[in-house]
Design a protein around this ligand. Structure first.
Ligand code: ZN
Ligand code: ZN
Length: 416
């Protein structure tokens, strides 16, 4: 733009350019809504006929995220709408015709009451996603029944600086916890005052008086120490498995025989101690060779990052899986190991997915033998975009909630 262009004409040109771009946005939005509408229908078909189980995916949402390469939250919205598609035929039609967006219908499918299809299909024609959310919230909800008994649980959340643990206990256990905490606190305070009294010269920086938190940590340490003493090898949850090397039969120590899948699952990476036996005689303990050393584990985590099953991406509580099973002579080395989440590890040993190596060229197939690929299915389109009118979006006019009539759920038909 030359500096001597009169500002008025620059503004005008800017306005025309925006108009052209907005036109295109409207057209693309319409097409996108229609495409999302079809994606939702496909997800609904996969969910209805339970086709997703065969792929090794955890859920319809996980499958959608994997195959379309979208975020988990977008996939969750798609799965939510798919789940209630039959309840909201008008909203679904709005998407297919390019008028309503996935996010609009997603808000409706998430919480709107049964039988509200017509009400919200109409409202969504003018209301933004935020306004729809408010409208759905204004729906009268049935009186909450008696609250379910709070369940005992330990939960953890994290903020930037601290991990926050919440412990909900039944009252009897809580009393026990309280007493244990108090006894540790008393002991710590006794120790602290003894130290203070015996140090005649007051230090410049006296240690602070022990708190409940110190008592709690002391309690944890004491529990940990006694546990370590009880099981000197430090495997706090060790499972002992006896394995007959000739007949390849495994049994839990003082317990039942293991199924083949269970035996292989456990001897991959579960914290267990395996005793080789031949003709009932113990011939050795395979822990040193089978167990994944800390070093190897680090190297494996560094290489695989997450569960190696395409589309999974889980990063927590991963197991090291022997690609060629250790019983069959597979070595405990990097080339024969792959990280798997517990879900996929079990799925593999139950024969629902197969994993073959070497680790560098891993081949994962579903239970019909189709290879699973990591990437999404996205490719350049071969068909023309859906022929739908442009979608300028909801009018988004200021909502006057005073006059808005929330959807009234119908009382269920009485049976007598
Ligand atoms: Zn395994
Ligand atoms: Zn996985």
């Amino acid at each position: 733009m030359s500096p001597d262009t009169p500002p008025a004409s620059a503004e005008a040109r800017c306005g025309t350019r925006l108009e052209v771009l907005f036109d295109e946005l409207a057209e693309l939005s319409g097409q996108r809504n229609a495409i999302d509408g079809r994606i939702v229908e496909i997800a609904a078909e996969i969910a209805r006929d339970e086709l997703w189980g065969a792929t090794g995916a955890r859920s319809v949402a996980a499958l959608v995220a994997w195959k379309t390469g979208t975020s988990p939250s977008n996939a969750h919205t798609i799965a939510t709408v798919a789940h209630r598609l039959e309840e909201f035929p008008r909203c679904a039609r709005g998407m297919r015709e390019g008028r309503l967006s996935l996010d609009q219908v997603g808000v409706i499918a998430e919480r709107a009451g049964a039988g509200s299809d017509e009400h919200y299909a109409q409202l969504a024609g003018v209301a933004t996603v935020g306004q729809l959310r408010t409208a759905v919230k204004m729906e009268p909800r049935p009186e909450p029944g008696p609250r379910p008994d709070p369940r005992p649980a330990i939960t953890r959340s994290s903020n930037a600086e601290l991990d926050v643990w919440r412990i909900a206990l039944p009252q009897t256990e809580s009393a026990m916890f309280d007493a244990a905490l108090q006894s540790h606190l008393d002991a710590l305070i006794a120790e602290w005052s003894h130290d203070r009294d015996s140090n005649s010269a007051t230090p410049d920086n006296p240690p602070p008086m022990p708190t409940q938190l110190d008592a709690f940590l002391s309690l944890v340490e004491a529990g940990w120490d006694s546990e370590a003493q009880r099981r000197p090898h430090g495997q706090r949850t060790t499972l002992v498995v006896h394995l007959d090397v000739e007949q390849q039969i495994g049994a839990l120590h003082l317990g039942p025989l293991l199924r083949e899948s269970e035996r292989q699952y456990l001897t991959c990476d579960a914290t267990c101690e395996v005793w080789f036996e031949r003709a009932g005689e113990v011939i050795g303990c395979g822990r040193s060779t089978r167990t994944i050393s800390r070093r190897l584990r680090r190297a494996l985590e560094h290489r695989d990052h997450c569960c190696v099953v395409p589309g999974c991406g889980a990063t927590r509580a991963l197991h090291a899986h022997h690609i060629r099973h250790w019983e069959d002579g597979g070595a405990t080395e990097l080339a024969n190991l792959a990280l798997l989440c517990p879900f996929h590890h079990r799925l593999h040993h139950r024969g629902i997915i197969t994993i073959t190596g070497p680790a560098g060229r891993l081949l994962v197939t579903d239970h019909e033998g189709r290879t699973l690929h990591t990437g999404s299915l996205a490719r350049p389109p071969r068909t023309s975009p859906p022929a739908v009118p442009p979608c300028p979006g909801p009018t988004g006019e200021r909502a006057d909630w005073w006059w808005y009539q929330p959807f009234q759920p119908q009382a269920p038909p009485s049976t007598n």
